[in-house]
Design a protein around this ligand. Structure first.
Ligand code: G4P
Length: 290
C-alpha cells in the first residue's frame, strides 16, 4: 500500500486514532518484529498515553528470535505487554487475548469493586502501514473483514469483532505514519517492505541490506548466491558476482545492476536468504533510546 503522508493528513490520522481510543480498554500496537523500533510511529506514546498496551511483534517468522526476546524484555520494562506472532500463518494468536486480559486486569478489578457487571475487553489495533494490521484482524476473526490496503481518512461503519471468550476487537485499525527523518530508519522500512515506494534510493536500500547480511550472516549469504566473494570486497564486486551467477545481464554481457538491486531487496524483504532483525537491540539502545 502506498500512502503519502502530509502534515494535514498526519494530524487527521492522529485525531481519528485518538477518537477511536476512547472506545477501547487496551491498544494493540503492532510493529514489525524485524524492526521493532523503526516500525513504530514516532508519536505513539503521545497518542496512546496511559492506556494499557499490548505490543504485538508481528512477522515473527521472518525475524531473529534471540533479538526478539530482547525487544520483548524492553517492552515489558516499558510497562507494556509484548507478544510475538506470525499473523500470516496464524501462529501464537491465542497469546494476544491472554496479553489483553493481563493488560486490563487492574482496570477490570476496579470496575468489579465498583459493582460493575463483567463485560468483554475492547481493543483496537494501531500501527504504521504494512506491519500486518489487516492480516491480523482477519486471522483473529477467522474471516476476511479488514481489507489489506485500508487508507486513513476513509470512514466507514466500525464494528466489533468477537475474539475468543473475552475480547472484542474494532474491525478498523488505526493507521499512523512511520518515522521519516532518519535515513537509516528509512532504509530499514524499505528493506522490510513497510515503505514500498522508497523515500530512500533503492540502490542504497540494497547496499544497506547486503552490508547487513555480510556483517551478520556472511556464510549463509555466499552459500545462498553461490558466489565466491570475500567479506571485505566492495559492493560492486558483490553486485557483479550475484548478477553473473543469476544471469542478470544486459547488452554487452554487462551486469544489470537495477535487476540485481531488485533481486537483493526482494529476497531480503521476503526472508528468502535468512531471518533477520535489523533493529539490533544493543545498537538501538545505544543510538536512540533514552
Ligand atoms: P497493514 O494492514 O498493516 O497495512 O498490513 P497487511 O495486513 O496488508 O500486511 C502487509 C503484508 O505483510 C502482506 O503481504 C501480508 O501478507 C504480510 N504479513 C502480515 N503478517 C505477516 C506475518 O506474520 N508474516 C509474514 N511473513 N508476512 C506477514 P503482501 O506481500 O502485501 O501480500 P501477500 O503477498 O501476503 O498477498
Amino acid at each position: 500500500m502506498v500512502i503519502q503522508w502530509y502534515p494535514g493528513h498526519m494530524a487527521k490520522a492522529k485525531r481519528q486514532v485518538t477518537e477511536q481510543l476512547k472506545k477501547v480498554d487496551v491498544v494493540f500496537e503492532l510493529v514489525d518484529a524485524r524492526i521493532p523500533y523503526s516500525s513504530r510511529n514516532p508519536m505513539i506514546d503521545e497518542v496512546i498515553q496511559q492506556k494499557p498496551r499490548v505490543v504485538i511483534l508481528n512477522k515473527k517468522d521472518m525475524a531473529n528470535l534471540a533479538e526478539l526476546e530482547k525487544w520483548a524484555t524492553y517492552f515489558e520494562e516499558q510497562g507494556f505487554y509484548p507478544v510475538a506472532v506470525d499473523a500470516k500463518h496464524g501462529k501464537n494468536l491465542k497469546q494476544v487475548e491472554q496479553a489483553a486480559i493481563k493488560a486490563t486486569e487492574e482496570k477490570f478489578a476496579r470496575e468489579r469493586s465498583k459493582g460493575l457487571k463483567p463485560r468483554a475487553i475492547r481493543a483496537m489495533i494501531v500501527g504504521i502501514p504494512n506491519v500486518g494490521k489487516s492480516t491480523l484482524i482477519n486471522k483473529l476473526a477467522n474471516r476476511a473483514i479488514a481489507k489489506t490496503g485500508n487508507t486513513p481518512g476513509v470512514t466507514k461503519q466500525q464494528q466489533w469483532i468477537k475474539i475468543g471468550k473475552s475480547l472484542q476487537l474494532l474491525d478498523t485499525p488505526g493507521i499512523l505514519w512511520p518515522k521519516f527523518e532518519d535515513q537509516l530508519v528509512g532504509k530499514k522500512l524499505s528493506i522490510t517492505g513497510a515503505i514500498k515506494d522508497s523515500i530512500v534510493h533503492l540502490d542504497e536500500v540494497a547496499i544497506y541490506g547486503l552490508e547487513f547480511l555480510r556483517e551478520h550472516d556472511y556464510d549463509n549469504l555466499v552459500k545462498h548466491y553461490n558466489v565466491d566473494v570475500s567479506q571485505d570486497d566492495d559492493n560492486i564486486a558483490w553486485f557483479e558476482a550475484i548478477g553473473r551467477r543469476r544471469g542478470l545481464l544486459q547488452r554487452g554481457n554487462e551486469v544489470d545492476y537495477e535487476a540485481v538491486i531488485e533481486l537483493i531487496i526482494n529476497e531480503i524483504r521476503n526472508a528468502k536468504i535468512g531471518t533477520y532483525t535489523f533493529d539490533i537491540f544493543s545498537e538501538i539502545e545505544r543510538d536512540y533510546l533514552d
